[in-house]
Design a binder for this molecule. Structure first.
Ligand SMILES: [Zn+2]
Length: 296
């Protein structure tokens, strides 16, 4: 009899503890859905936000969750394309025409380094949806090369800004080139320095590191005089980075654009080195390789 009573008590106790346990998970389940979406929107989630327009994304996220501490400090550099004028072996205009079609199809947003500077969060909140186009070797003292004018027109038609690497040289500035650069800068394009004399800064560093400052700063002063805006970006001639960033900091630069490496950058640093890719055999092959390299 007593054994049976104890057994009943045990069963009763078990039922109570089961009930108690059931109560627990319910409250956990009820809590989880309210906390999960908050953490999901705080993290960059390319898949879930891909259907939203960039504007919708930024306004959907409460400002509090966009505090710099909530976002990772190390970011993927947006895939970045390096273009030059056409030459006998390469039709840069046709290549760019094909690349623009791919970018439109892929729904990518083309931005500049200055855009990131003005809205540092975008490389986290819109990771995987950004793209940068650069065109090097535009000389301030000469008319723009016909193929460069065509590339600029194609980009304007597509509504895409680009980053233009300007070599300043000499004291003379060609009026039409100046006017075009000013017009593009006012439209949100980025006019970057490609140094004064297109000198290889790595070689200069071995001989006279302090001369780097003059080579870079002279070009910044001349560009500022032309477009009323001092560049914050340096495109390295021959992609040659230097070991010591002191002279570039002195020139008040932020973005240092080379070729190799630089697929990530650390927002906590004051000098940001980023890499680029030149054209491959076709626009589609180049695009696939860029995605693999910058967004592994
Ligand atoms: Zn160059």
């Amino acid at each position: 009899m007593q054994k049976k009573f104890v057994k009943h008590l045990l069963i009763l106790g078990l039922c109570f503890s089961l009930l108690a346990c059931q109560g627990q998970p319910i409250s956990v389940v009820a809590e989880t859905p309210t906390t999960l979406p908050a953490t999901e929107t705080a993290r960059p989630a390319p898949a879930s936000t891909s259907t939203l327009t960039p504007i919708a994304t930024s306004t959907n996220i409460p400002t509090a969750t966009l505090s710099p501490t909530a976002l990772p400090s190390v970011r993927q550099t947006p895939p970045t394309l390096m273009l030059h004028r056409s030459n006998a072996k390469f039709d840069a205009v046709q290549f760019l025409r094909e690349m623009i079609a791919i970018l439109k199809e892929s729904n990518l947003r083309v931005i500049t380094y200055r855009d990131i500077q003005q809205n540092p969060a975008i490389t986290a909140t819109e990771q995987g949806k950004l793209f940068i186009i650069t065109i090097d070797d535009i000389y301030l003292r000469y008319p723009m090369h016909e193929s460069v004018i065509e590339m600029i027109a194609l980009l304007q038609e597509a509504g895409y800004p680009a980053v233009l690497g300007i070599v300043t040289e000499d004291e003379y500035a060609y009026p039409e080139t100046v006017a075009k650069l000013k017009e593009l800068s006012d439209q949100g394009w980025e006019i970057a320095s490609h140094t004064d004399n297109h000198r290889n800064l790595g070689e200069m560093e071995r001989v006279s590191p302090r001369a780097i400052y003059l080579e870079v700063n002279d070009s910044l002063v001349k560009i500022e005089a032309a477009i009323d805006l001092r560049p914050i970006t340096l495109i390295l001639p021959e992609g040659q980075m230097i070991n010591e960033g002191k002279q570039l900091r002195r020139a008040n630069l932020t973005w240092i654009v080379g070729i190799n490496g630089g697929t990530q950058y650390d927002t906590a640093r004051d000098l940001l080195y980023v890499g680029r890719d030149g054209p491959g055999l076709s626009a589609s092959e180049t695009f696939i390789n860029m995605m693999k390299r910058f967004l592994p």
